[in-house]
Design a protein around this ligand. Structure first.
Ligand code: HEC
Length: 399
């Protein structure tokens, strides 16, 4: 269990400081690869959302937009070719070729969207792009002054700009973009949609707050029914709320996600602490696999503190043996990251711990078939890694 003795509390902080010092001294290569991947994901996401404006019923409606989208696929392909080879890259190049062909022959919207989004998800997974913040999402209100100051004169008070390309309040369009896509548009080092004077100095937190605010312009008026949170636990919290495109979900889930992602402060309590722990462990693991050990450590500690620690008292009374095992596994995982243990050992510890967190989550809610949902949430989280929607298919088959 996390240390309760006051003096012991400083130890993790000290360890973390030392550790970050070490991590910052690491070469910035991974960081560069990730920003290349972020650029490619941005280009591909906009192929998916803009295509129906460029091509209607197999005919070109907007030639310059159509050319631009063809260009997006070309640039994404050359970015991929410049990135280090990995298992999966050849497959992704193949996906991009198929996407380019689909655009060239003006294939139906659904096909192009699906290909572009799948390619974007694979890109992100292959180069371990963190598409979700580790900290809880900030509330929209945090971005209000910034939005009024920097965005409103172009995008309108509520995203209701008169120019079509500046509108941020069209639910059909916004449902095809994830919260991460909004955040990614505001990347300070790129001047694609916005010049540096708009977003060049924004912090991660400011970008996430702006993304949440933008999501609010197209969100439904009222909150979804409470049972939606039990049906779709992976959408209430991170990483699901940041990564998923609402349009790819069944309609109830889509509407719920459109609201939840715009009101993170009102959804925090809907997520079971163990689901939060599992989400953070998932993020930590993908950061670790991507070579970002400092973030991985930070997310593990957050999962321990903000997730597991809160559910532990209840778990101890339900299943003390499992609680004891989990205490030890968290400790071992933490230590193995700090000790820079071989990465296969660390990954193994991640997976065992994640498996037991899921088991614990099931035991906390043994009634009413909710175990199915806990498993669905985890399968879903696992599916995010490959960009598939395994979870959604699973649910659909169960109906
Ligand atoms: C100078 C005018 C201008 C300012 C200021 C501006 N934007 Fe934009 N923004 C645009 C234009 C134009 C696009 C469309 C770009 C494109 O299609 O390539 C856009 C695109 C976007 C998009 C993508 C939406 C979509 O549907 O494609 C988001 C999100 C966004 N802006 C948010 C913001 C935020 C947040 C700010 C403030 C920090 C901001 N913008 C400031 C002009 C502006």
């Amino acid at each position: 269990m996390p240390s309760t003795h006051p003096r012991q509390r400083y130890l993790p902080v000290l360890a973390l400081c030392l550790f970050w010092g070490w991590a910052w001294a690491q070469p910035a290569v991974d960081q560069q690869n990730r920003s290349t991947a972020a650029r490619a994901v941005n280009l591909l996401s906009f192929v998916a959302v803009d295509y129906p404006e460029a091509v209607v019923g197999g005919a070109i409606r907007d030639r310059s937009l159509y050319r631009q989208l063809q260009g997006n696929v070309e640039v994404a392909t050359s970015l991929l070719q410049a990135l280090p080879d990995k298992p999966g890259r050849a497959q992704l190049l193949e996906n991009l070729r198929a996407l380019a062909q689909a655009v060239d022959k003006r294939a139906p919207v659904a096909e192009v969207r699906q290909r572009a989004n799948t390619a974007a998800d694979r890109f992100a997974a292959l180069y371990q792009l963190p598409r979700s913040p580790a900290e809880p999402l900030p509330p929209a209100g945090e971005a209000l002054a910034l939005y009024q100051d920097r965005c409103q004169h172009c995008h309108g008070v509520r995203g209701d700009a008169p120019q079509a390309e500046r509108k941020l309040n069209d639910p059909a369009r916004m449902a095809n973009l994830s919260l991460y896509d909004f955040y990614n548009v505001l990347e300070p080092t790129r001047n694609d949609a916005h010049d540096a004077d708009v977003d060049g100095d924004l912090s991660h937190r400011e970008r996430w707050a702006l993304a949440v605010m933008v999501a609010g312009f197209a969100a439904p008026e009222s909150a979804p029914a409470l049972e939606r949170a039990r049906e779709y636990p992976a959408l209430v919290g991170l990483p699901g709320a940041a990564i998923l495109r609402p349009a790819e979900l069944p309609s109830q889930a889509r509407d719920a996600l459109m609201w939840w992602r715009a009101h993170p402060q009102e959804t925090a309590h809907l997520q079971h602490p163990l689901a939060r722990a599992a989400g953070l462990l998932y993020l930590a693991q993908s950061a670790y696999r991507g070579g970002d050990t400092a973030s991985a450590y930070h997310q593990v500690m957050l999962g321990l503190r903000e997730g597991y620690a809160q559910a532990r008292p209840q778990l101890v009374s339900r299943n003390p043996a499992l609680a004891a095992q989990l205490d030890q596994q968290w400790q071992e995982l933490r230590q193995s990251i700090l000790d820079r243990a071989p990465s296969n050992e660390v990954i193994d510890k991640f997976q065992r711990l994640l498996g037991n967190v899921v088991r614990a989550r099931e035991q906390m809610q043994p009634s009413s078939g909710s175990a199915v949902y806990a498993w669905a949430a985890v399968l879903f989280v696992a599916a995010l890694g490959v960009g598939g929607l395994l979870w959604y298919r699973l649910r659909r088959r169960r109906r």
